[in-house]
Design a binder for this molecule. Sequence first.
Ligand code: X8Z
Ligand code: ZN
Length: 580
Amino acid sequence: MDVELPASSELEAFLHRAESELLDRSCEAQQADWVFATYINPDSEALAARANARVIDLTVALAKESRRFAGVAMSPDSARKLVLLRQFLPVCAPADPAESRELTRLVASMQGTYSRGRYTPRGGSDALDVQGLSRILYTSRDPEVLEDAWAGWHRVGRGVRSEFTRYVELANRGSRELGFPDTGAMWRSKYDMDPAEFAREVERLWSEVRPLYVSLHAYTRARLRAAYGDERVPSDGPIPAHLLGDMWAQSWEKVYPLLAPPDGGEYFDLTGALTERKTSAEEMVRYAERFFVSLGLPPLPATFWERSMLTRPRDREVVCHASAWDLDFVDDLRIKMCIEVTGEDFQTIHHELGHNYYQRAYGRLPFLFRESAHDGFHEAVGDTVALSVTPEYLRRIGLAPDGARFADDVGLLLERALEKIAFLPFGLAVDAWRWQVFSGEVGPSEYNSSWWEVRRRYQGVAPGRPRGEEEFDPGAKYHVPANVPYMRYFLAHILQFQFHRALARATADSGPLHRASIYGSRVAGDRLRAMLEMGASREWPDALEALTGERRMSADGMLEYFAPLKRWLDERNRGVPVGW
Ligand code: X8Z
Ligand code: ZN
């Protein structure tokens, strides 16, 4: 017996309704999330949870309903929209409304717990949040002080563990109802390829850059051993995670002074230059905006300046972790950050505006296309621009005086590598761990041991002292309690160099990549815009091609950028143990 298929006009009508309802509910959820993130209290938490549950319920219902169009003749756009509808959610909830509400409540509550985390360092009098404790991690060189601040912050994970355990259960139930084996598989299905193939793709990219990481790791370990002593840093084992200048040992540029090549020239102190000028948070954002404008993109709307949260309010609890928003999915752009006047935040601001410029570029497309090509693209845009914040650029815009002394090439590259290359295995480890958790390969009784096992395997780092199962160290990294997938940042770190190389070459800059800046280049701006304006309307290889002419993600740009450093490191590492 033939089953009659719905007409394609019925599909068009369905998509039209789906997009309009999703836009409506998503705006409501964005508004509730914004209020929650900038004013944490039990009411804003409950409202955000409720609004998010409404988006999830609607999306899950629509995704299920869409199954009846399988086999219907349709346009490429409609086919693409059906794919995107199934991938729309960062987390699926079970059909049971009580369970979907419970799930979104858990996510809001875990975020609140994380944001309220405080610890008073030994001998101190003030309870510090993650920013304050992080400052200790990158300013102190006393290993006891470092370990105290590190362990103090990581206590926040304990309060996340039980909610996380239940969240895994509910999220998996929701993913299975939509036909995915588990939530990790659902996350891996968002890359226009088979989920298993995506996992292999990630391993391929990692294998291309791993030799560079291993060289950097060996050099760093040897220098930290010289600074902190043989009893604190092993000659051939993992590096203690609290000695790398960052709470999660994810980026190591803060320990550059301990690692700087002798006679490598001074590293320009951007933090010092900004502080000396008494640069305000808003002025920091203006610098980044001017960069985007120099590429031919429009200035930010007036509402951006009226509605953004640029600094930490004194009178209430907020989510300080930086993020970029588009509340109406058109041009109600905002960032939310607790900006400090540092070179690091100068870069993060470029990162966030990259999100805003992407959002605005795709804001006129049909709703389901208002996304990046894949989530790694979203994370890569602002970082690509920030790679053009070179010494020469800082001089051009007058932030560095004419006579400023900069590190030589090796110094510049080493600092960048400590930020970008060191990050790669951390970017992998967070979701390598979560994928195991969602698949059930790792159960709650091994959450913490498996976390350190994965971090040791990829990063070659270890906690200063053994960590038991009473701790929950993944819960001390924002994206875990906040339910934000993390593989996007690994991909973005590779992609930004691929983008940077293509844009630098498009401007006919044939010099070394680390000296290239696209500032002021309309040619680069047009290329970038061509990709941004596509949003998610096409599969990501099409978007990649629009910017780079290539259809495969490749680490070649990154390897070319760091090639002189790799040679230098390998010379330094002669006679030094490599690996862990
Ligand atoms: O979370 C972020 C951005 C917001 S999407 C500030 N990043 C990751 C992190 O902080 O862990 C940027 C780099 C990696
Ligand atoms: Zn981001």
